[in-house]
Design a binder for this molecule. Structure first.
Ligand code: SAH
Length: 698
């Protein structure tokens, strides 16, 4: 069956109707899923296996039959472990149809057809009884339903239901328990992902400042989890204020309650500072004694020998609603509130115990200032990057004149305010949503009238226009012609680096409103490329083959099949500051885009080759954009620096780069025949806005 889906093309902005295969969504889900990453997680797999063997033995020792319920079986892996460990029968529940189908095949291929029944249902739909899905309740409950936040994938309601209806009282559970740990820290870097810092502008008529409206300052933000590879955060980027403490734990062998609740601990800061961030991770004990344990603890907490790279479980960063000064040794209370699917934190000064208990509100945080809805965490970080802002300030100073009429095209950007401060006569900003209009308005009319920082008060000087570029009219612009067109460019619809070329299309659409000698800033952009070897990221695309002795190749075939589905095959966005890699070639500029001219009719293409200068596996090409604001001033969204002779790369921490994996390299086992060069052919189709790439290893 085919269906039609409408979407705005992220690069050209054109509305497109795409004919979608009905399976399109699930191909996307499989291609981008973490199944392969889980199957590569040796530490996780061996511990599950040990835990399952131990649970089966305990049941057998009691003289009972071992009946296993495996909720969320995926490939069927944990059920196959249980069957191999001697379980009498396994019910393997999987809600996602393509996975349930794969599980059936994998179970059969591995010879467990008689021992494992795959049931394609959500666990809450499963029935028990002589005519039910399960003959009887199980006495071993096995699951792996955890995300980085532990409960974000619905583990709690699933367990609650399973204990009520699907398993026996006193059942064994693998894992047996999960424990959530926290540590209080101060970190300007992480805090900059959540609050807008004052922006200082040295204008000709004195220092100006953009201050965040008070609504923004007291806003609790959004409840969505901020999960990162915390191991890539250097210790110089945060200050530890407390020891690691246990926040709460869940015993999965007993009835679980999923209703909203809170947990509170007393903390004694080990250092004075500003409490801003709660770092959090968990571990799971596979057995009651806690001997078989799998931990997500970051590098400064656990020994490096316990280290296992994984991308399906990372660590969480929680932002306190406000920063709180804390003093070494002066007790504070940290409260974790949770609903069924998410966790958030509050910090209070220690008062009388009773007094503190009374006022815990368990409502999930709701963004009141709207900025947290418009700007995601990396975007906050980018807006707070003073170095970057300075590049825009310097280049605006170069191009603006006292009679400049300026039009800004970017989503929720501070550029219009900068342009005004730096002396433009009139500034217009084109916003593509009511949300960005509203946030922009707030940035210009701060509610707080501060004695030190005059309020931004810019309503007459900056006009906000909510319109798509092609619908811009002379009356929006008060019949003025634009002499300076600016953009960061940044658009919320961009996923891959070159999607921000939308600026070029918008520039083309507004051409009739521009003066003949208009200045466009950035004047051009360029696409850059480098061949890299990843330390770990390659694993997410490498085939699994066998896992703990079970043949899971069906899964590989399924992922490959999904990857070959249209756009999944192309480059994928990854924030590379989280994924160490080393450069094997010099970075190379491959395409340039001249924003001073309109988008050409013809395609832009290039071919060439790069030499490989270092030994290593060419896992793929990384691509990124640079924007040339004015002569000699650029902002770079990709490679910042190659930090040593080993070729370790430093990436822009606020942007995702595009990664094009070379599957032939990732799939091969041996390091023989190292290629000496990589040839490329890259084509930018100006009609569709798509970039097609082809690479060959020589
Ligand atoms: N057990 C496998 C896969 C874990 S991924 C392994 O350890 O390798 C979790 C899987 O659980 C996903 O495939 C998801 O679709 C499924 N799932 C999550 N909640 C479920 C529920 N309540 N009922 C059935 N399947 C569920």
């Amino acid at each position: 069956m085919k269906t039609f889906c409408g979407r705005a093309n992220p690069t050209t902005g054109a509305m497109e109707w795409l004919e979608e295969d009905e399976n399109y969504d699930y191909h996307q889900e499989i291609a981008r899923s973490r199944y392969a990453d889980m199957l590569h997680d040796k530490d996780r797999n061996t511990k599950y296996y040990q835990g399952i063997r131990a649970a089966v033995s305990r049941v057998k020792e009691r003289g009972e039959k071992a009946i296993v319920l495996d909720i969320g079986t995926g490939t069927g892996l944990l059920s196959m472990m249980a069957a191999s460990a001697g379980a009498d029968f396994c019910y393997a529940i999987e809600v996602f149809k393509p996975m349930a189908n794969a599980a059936v095949k994998i179970v059969e291929k591995n010879g467990f057809r008689d021992k494992i029944k795959v049931i394609n249902k959500h666990s809450t739909e499963v029935t028990v009884g002589p005519d039910g899905d399960m003959q009887c309740r199980a006495n071993i409950l096995v699951t792996e339903l955890f995300d980085t936040e532990l409960i974000g994938e619905g583990a709690l309601p699933t367990y609650e239901h399973a204990h009520k209806y699907l398993v026996q009282e006193g059942c064994e559970a693998v894992p047996h328990r999960a424990t959530v740990y926290v540590q209080l820290v101060e970190s300007k870097r992480m805090w900059s992902w959540n609050k807008l810092f004052p922006v200082h502008v040295e204008a000709e008529d004195g220092e100006k400042m953009i201050v965040s409206p008070s609504e923004m300052e007291n806003c609790p933000g959004v409840p969505s989890v901020c999960d990162i590879q915390l191991n890539q955060m250097p210790s110089s980027d945060f200050t530890i204020l407390s020891d690691v403490v246990t926040m709460f734990s869940v015993d999965f062998s007993k009835p679980v309650r999923s209703a909203s609740t809170y947990y509170r601990v007393q903390l004694e800061p080990i250092k004075s500072g500003k409490a801003q961030i709660v770092l959090s991770w968990w571990d799971i004990d596979m057995d009651p004694s806690g001997m078989i344990s799998c931990t997500m603890a970051p590098y400064w907490v656990k020994s490096t020998s316990a280290f296992q790279w994984r991308d399906h479980w990372m660590q969480c960063v929680y932002f306190l609603p406000n920063e709180e000064p804390v003093l070494q040794g002066e007790k504070v209370y940290l409260t974790a509130c949770r609903d069924q699917y998410s966790v958030w934190y509050k910090l209070e000064k220690a008062r009388g115990e009773e007094e503190n208990k009374a006022d815990v509100h368990v409502e999930s945080p709701v963004c009141r200032c709207q900025a947290h809805l418009l700007w995601n965490r990396p975007r906050f970080g980018e807006l707070n990057d003073q170095n970057r802002t300075q590049q825009y300030v310097k280049s605006l100073m170069k191009v603006l004149k006292t009679d400049s009429v300026c039009l800004c095209i970017s989503d929720g950007s501070l550029l219009p305010v900068l342009a005004h401060y730096l002396g433009a006569k009139q500034v217009f900003t084109l916003e593509n949503s009511a949300l960005s209009c509203s946030v922009m308005e707030k940035c210009m009319h701060p509610a707080r009238i501060d004695l030190y920082y005059p309020a931004n008060h810019l309503e007459d000087k900056i006009k906000i226009i909510e319109a798509r570029p092609e619908l811009l009219t002379s009356s929006h612009l008060e019949d003025k012609k634009i002499s300076v067109l600016v953009g960061e460019p940044f658009f919320t619809t961009s996923l891959l680096p070159w999607h921000n070329l939308y600026f070029w299309y918008a520039r083309t659409a507004v051409t009739s409103h521009l003066t003949s000698n208009v200045t466009v800033l950035p004047q051009s952009a360029s696409l850059h490329m480098m061949i890299v070897e990843f330390q770990d990221l390659w694993r997410i695309r490498s085939p699994c083959g066998t896992c703990e002795g079970f043949d899971v190749q069906t899964m590989d075939d399924m992922i490959n099949n999904s990857l070959n589905f249209r756009e999944s095959k192309e480059a994928e966005p990854h924030p590379l500051w989280e994924y160490p890699c080393k450069s094997l070639s010099d970075p190379q500029k491959v395409l340039t885009f001249d924003f001073r001219k309109t988008v050409p009719q013809h395609c832009l293409s290039t071919e060439g080759s790069v030499n490989l200068l270092r030994k290593g596996k060419s896992h793929g090409a990384v691509l990124w954009m640079e924007y040339h604001l004015a002569a000699d001033i650029s902002v770079n969204t990709g490679l910042m620096q190659i930090s040593n002779e080993k070729g370790n790369c430093e990436w822009n921490p606020h942007c995702k780069q595009a990664v094009y994996f070379f599957s032939s390299v990732i799939e091969s086992e041996t390091l023989s025949d190292l290629p000496s060069a990589v040839t490329y052919a890259i084509n930018f189709d100006t009609k569709t806005g798509e970039i097609a790439m082809d690479f060959k290893l020589l």
